[in-house]
Design a protein around this ligand. Structure first.
Ligand SMILES: Nc1ncnc2c1ncn2[C@@H]1O[C@H](COP(=O)(O)OP(=O)(O)O)[C@@H](O)[C@H]1O
Ligand SMILES: N[C@@H](CCC(=O)OP(=O)(O)O)C(=O)O
Length: 372
């Protein structure tokens, strides 16, 4: 068995994320039979000594039937009303279900600020760690009823990856209604399941689509992004179907495994690369890509070919290659307005007060990982 699957099987601290499409159905809302089966597998893992945080979607889907809504609403206010009703039902169902094993659940509703803002996340970290230390099962969801369109995660995949890093998890399990990552949308016919992802080149050309159930939000796009985020941060990831939870949580011999980077990213570098919201983009040429991604050098004005966004010195920006792929993120040392007259010029052509790195190597996190 692969090292990654072994690591998932043996993880002492694990985050399990379950999607709406695995817990709710279009007409009937929350499916307590499926929820119980998931809880059976989780309780078994906890019984074998693991600490586990559950990130559960399904609030909106669970609130539809009680409010006589036929399908998932598109507008934010109705989604929030449904989440308000549904979250209560969901929390109640988990409390009952875990109660069968004498396990206590604690509900943790987070906004993106709580996990993204460096000054805030220690609070979430403390609460989750204390719940685990007290032997409770934290059940996390986005605080949908107050999150506005601009700041909400929308799907819980990214939230799960951020929580996994936050609590220092040894593995992340993403459970959905599909049994892994396919090289194309499985609804489109002949596609092949990818059993192991070792780096970005393994998934570069594949087509990933949106949710098929009409219940989920991010589809495979957000699951793939979340898996890459966690793996890059040093956390092994398994992506499987919720009805495979028992296997996923014992032998881990199902689904798609994402091999983790050898080293854990520090909290600061993780925040810089994956959690902070970028406010602009710098287009860079091939030479600059080689320098910053492969040789881990600072980004100089000479390698920049374009500037996008209204950022200020000290903000986080994305570095984008000629194929429009985001190759790195970093803290920029100039305001957006200062850069147009500097870009493409080598340091000796610049006035002395502007001869500084545009992004210093210490403040720069490459985002593309080489495949094995
Ligand atoms: N390349 C792909 N591999 C696997 N599933 C895919 C792919 N592209 C699109 N999908 C779709 O993504 C869906 C899962 O996303 P979603 O419904 O948002 O799940 P969840 O509610 O669990 O977050 C699958 O049911 C599948 O139809
Ligand atoms: N916080 C929302 C999650 C929305 C959602 O659909 O997420 P997901 O199923 O993970 O794509 C809820 O509980 O309904």
């Amino acid at each position: 068995m692969s090292v990654t699957r072994k690591a998932v099987a043996a993880a002492e601290r694990i985050v399990v994320k379950v999607g709406s499409s695995a817990l709710t159905t279009a007409g009937a809302g929350l499916d307590t039979g499926r929820l119980d089966a998931l809880v059976d597998a989780i309780a078994d893992r906890i019984g074998r000594g693991s600490q586990l945080v559950l990130v559960s979607s399904g609030a909106i889907g669970s609130g539809l039937a009680p409010l006589a809504l036929k399908k998932r609403p598109r507008d934010l206010a109705t989604q929030q009303a449904a989440a308000s009703v549904g979250q209560l039902a969901l929390a109640h169902a988990y409390a009952e279900s875990f109660g069968r094993y004498s396990l206590t659940v604690g509900q943790v509703l987070l906004t993106s600020d709580d996990v993204v803002r460096r000054s805030h996340y220690r609070n979430a970290q403390r609460t989750l760690s204390r719940l685990l230390a007290l032997g409770a099962v934290p059940v996390v969801n986005e605080n949908d009823t107050v999150a506005t369109e601009e700041i909400r995660f929308g799907d819980n995949d990214r939230l799960a990856a951020l929580v996994a890093h936050l609590i220092g998890a040894d593995a992340l399990l993403l459970l959905s209604d599909v049994d892994g990552l396919y090289d194309g949308d499985p609804r489109d016919g002949a596609t092949r399941k990818i059993t192991e992802v070792t780096g970005d080149a393994d998934v570069d050309g594949i087509s990933v689509g949106m949710s098929s159930s009409g219940l989920g939000t991010g589809g495979m796009v957000s699951k793939l992004a979340a898996a890459r985020t966690a793996a890059a941060a040093g956390i092994p990831v398994l992506l499987a179907a919720a009805d495979q939870a028992a296997h996923a949580l014992t032998t881990a011999d199902v689904g798609t495994a994402f091999v983790a980077a050898d080293t854990r990213l520090s909290a600061r570098r993780f925040w810089l690369g994956y959690a902070a919201g970028p406010t602009g983009r710098l287009q860079i040429d091939d030479g600059a890509v080689a320098a910053v991604v492969r040789r881990r050098r600072s980004l100089l004005a000479a390698g920049i070919t374009g500037v996008d966004g209204d950022f200020q010195a000290g903000d986080v920006v994305e570095l984008v290659d000629a194929a429009q792929r985001v190759v790195a993120r970093g803290v920029v040392n100039f305001d957006a307005g200062e850069l147009p007259e500097l870009i493409g010029r080598s340091s000796h052509e610049l006035p002395p007060e502007q001869r500084r790195e545009v992004v210093h190597a210490d403040d720069l996190v490459p985002l593309r990982r080489a495949s094995a």
